[in-house]
Write a new protein. Structure first.
Length: 239
């Protein structure tokens, strides 16, 4: 059995592949093998043999064997589609594939999903431990909210707890970007992440980078006056 290694490529489908073929294949059989590789139907294929960038000729006799042509290892066969009306990239363009989609309600009703399996077996966020933790968090949020109102001065710990950021409470409530209660803060300095809006939804207004949203348990309200950042070290020592 004589095998030849050839590079297969196309233009429209942007296929480039190294393949092994038996020289005993007829050109008709070769076209059948090239169809799933290139996405071009065998009946409309035109195959050209190249050595580097030099054209050696067309493989145009379906009854001839591949070995009847001057093919050698690592030559290239370029395949084009002679049908101008065929939809291109049917095998490679995933945007052409119809997607199967479910609404959240439809997904919740199914019993053959990963979520349903976890719910039945109380795994992950459906475990008793996770449920207890979630309930404790909700209680903590509710208790923290009792002491917070819009307009309060507050302090918020940074994400790494390396500093306290002072600001004013500007928003309290639910948001569209994530469930649960959130506190919108306008910081005294540009230490935030937004201008009071998230994902195109506005919850309050402040200069860009002065706004942020945190959970109620991250907020401490009290007598936290705005710090005078222009004071000298001597002035700070006298306070």
């Amino acid at each position: 059995m004589s095998i030849v290694i050839l590079f297969v490529d196309t233009s429209d489908e942007k296929v480039a592949s190294e393949r092994r073929f038996e020289k005993s294949l007829t050109i008709s059989q070769l076209k059948y093998k090239l169809e799933p590789i290139t996405g071009i139907p065998f009946s409309t294929q035109k195959i050209t043999l190249y050595h580097g960038n030099n054209v050696l000729g067309s493989l145009d006799d379906d009854s001839k064997m591949l070995g009847a042509y001057p093919v050698e290892d690592y030559m290239r066969i370029h395949v084009i589609d002679t049908n101008p009306h065929r939809v291109k990239n049917q095998y490679t363009d995933v945007s052409l594939v119809e997607k199967f989609e479910l609404t959240e309600d439809e997904y919740s009703k199914r019993t053959d999903t990963v979520r349903a399996f976890k719910e039945r077996n109380k795994l992950g966020r459906f475990s008793d431990e996770a449920a207890a933790k979630e309930e404790a968090t909700e209680i903590a949020y509710k208790e923290a909210l009792e002491d917070i109102k819009v307009g309060d001065r507050c302090e918020v710990a940074s994400e790494d707890n390396s500093m306290m950021k002072r600001g004013t409470v500007k928003f309290i409530g639910e948001t569209k970007f994530q469930v649960g209660p959130w506190i919108g803060i306008q910081y005294d300095e540009p230490l935030g992440k937004n201008d009071g809006s998230v994902q195109g939804e506005r919850y309050f207004t402040c200069p860009n980078k002065y706004g942020g949203f945190v959970r109620p348990t991250k907020v401490t309200v009290g007598d936290f006056p705005e710090e005078d950042l222009l004071m000298t070290d001597d002035e700070l020592e006298e306070m």
